[in-house]
Design a protein around this ligand. Structure first.
Ligand SMILES: [Zn+2]
Length: 272
C-alpha cells in the first residue's frame, strides 16, 4: 500500500522569522514586515476546490492566528492539524514558551473546527526534542516536522512517547541535486511536476508526504503576487502532481489515517 499524504501548511503569507521567535512576519519587498494573510486565504480557496474535484482528503497544518483570518469552512472534509499559533520558531523557545504556543495552537484549531488536532508540523520544520516530548501529553499522535531520505519503505516510525513520524521525503534528482517533496521550488518555477513523480516512484510501501503552503498558490517568495496567468499555471502544476500520483496508484489520505494504518497494536496498560 502506498498512501499519498498531501499536506498543506496554512500559514501567514510568505512567512519569515522576525526579531521575535514568538511570531513570524511576512516578506514584503525583500524585508520582513507585519504578517499578511490575504494570499493564504485566497490560496486556501484554490486548493479546497482542487482537492474537492480530485476527491483528495488532505491534512492542513493550520497556524492559529491564520485560522482566524481565513474561511475555515473551506477545511471541511480535511484533517486539520496544528502549526503553531504565531508561526513560532520553536527551536528558540524555552520549555514554558513551547508549551504555551503548542497549547494556543491546539485551542485555535479546536475553536475553528470543533475538533482537537492530533497531527502537528513545526514552523520551519524545527521541532526540538523538548517539543516532541510534549506532543503526547497534549493529545498529538502524529508529527510531520522532519525530512527523511526516500527509500522503498516509508512506513511511519514512532517517536519517543509513541507519536507516529510521517516525514517529508527527500532525495536526489536526475542531476544529483537535492529534491524534497515540498513543492516550494515548483511554485517558484524551478521544478516541474515530473520531478516529484520520479521521486515518488522510488517508494514501494508506506506514506508519501507531499507538502506545500496555501499562500504559495498565488504568491511567489522571489517575485511577489502572481499574475492570474501564472497562478493558473501554478495550480495546473499542483494538480498534475496530485493526479500523476493517483494514476500511479497512491491512495490519498490524511496523515492521521496513514499513521493508523501501520500502527501496531498498543501494549495493554501495565504490560511491560
Ligand atoms: Zn509554516
Amino acid at each position: 500500500m502506498r498512501a499519498l499524504c498531501f499536506t498543506v501548511d496554512l500559514d501567514r503569507d510568505v512567512n519569515a522569522p522576525s526579531a521575535s521567535p514568538c511570531a513570524a512576519g511576512s516578506l514584503e519587498g525583500g524585508a520582513v514586515g507585519e504578517p499578511r494573510f490575504s494570499s493564504s486565504a485566497e490560496g486556501l480557496g484554490v486548493l479546497s476546490r482542487m482537492l474537492g474535484d480530485l476527491g483528495v482528503e488532505a491534512t492542513f497544518f493550520a497556524e492559529g492566528r491564520t485560522l482566524g483570518r481565513v474561511d475555515a469552512s473551506l477545511l471541511d472534509g480535511h484533517e486539520v492539524g496544528a502549526h503553531g499559533f504565531d508561526h513560532e520558531d520553536f527551536s528558540l523557545l524555552d520549555g514554558e514558551g513551547i508549551a504555551r504556543a503548542l497549547s494556543a495552537s491546539a485551542r485555535a484549531v479546536e475553536e475553528a473546527t470543533g475538533s482537537r488536532p492530533v497531527s502537528f508540523r513545526a514552523p520551519y520544520m524545527k521541532a526540538p526534542p523538548a517539543l516532541i516530548s510534549m506532543l503526547p501529553g497534549m493529545g498529538f499522535e502524529v508529527d510531520s516536522s522532519e525530512y527523511a531520505r526516500i527509500s522503498p519503505s516509508m512506513i511511519p516510525s514512532e517517536l519517543p512517547g509513541g507519536v507516529a513520524r510521517i516525514p517529508v521525503p527527500e532525495g536526489e534528482d536526475e542531476s544529483g541535486g537535492r529534491i524534497a517533496a515540498y513543492l516550494w521550488p515548483m511554485h517558484e518555477g524551478r521544478r516541474r511536476p515530473g520531478d516529484y513523480l520520479r521521486l515518488a516512484s522510488r517508494m514501494e510501501e508506506g506514506a508519501l508526504c507531499i507538502a506545500t503552503h496555501t499562500w504559495h498558490m498565488v504568491e511567489s517568495r522571489a517575485s511577489g503576487r502572481m499574475s492570474p496567468g501564472r497562478a493558473e499555471g501554478n495550480a495546473r502544476d499542483v494538480e498534475a502532481v496530485l493526479s500523476g500520483l493517483l494514476d500511479m496508484g497512491f491512495e490519498p489520505m490524511p496523515v492521521r489515517a496513514a499513521a493508523g494504518l501501520w500502527r501496531g497494536p498498543r501494549p495493554s496498560p501495565g504490560k511491560i
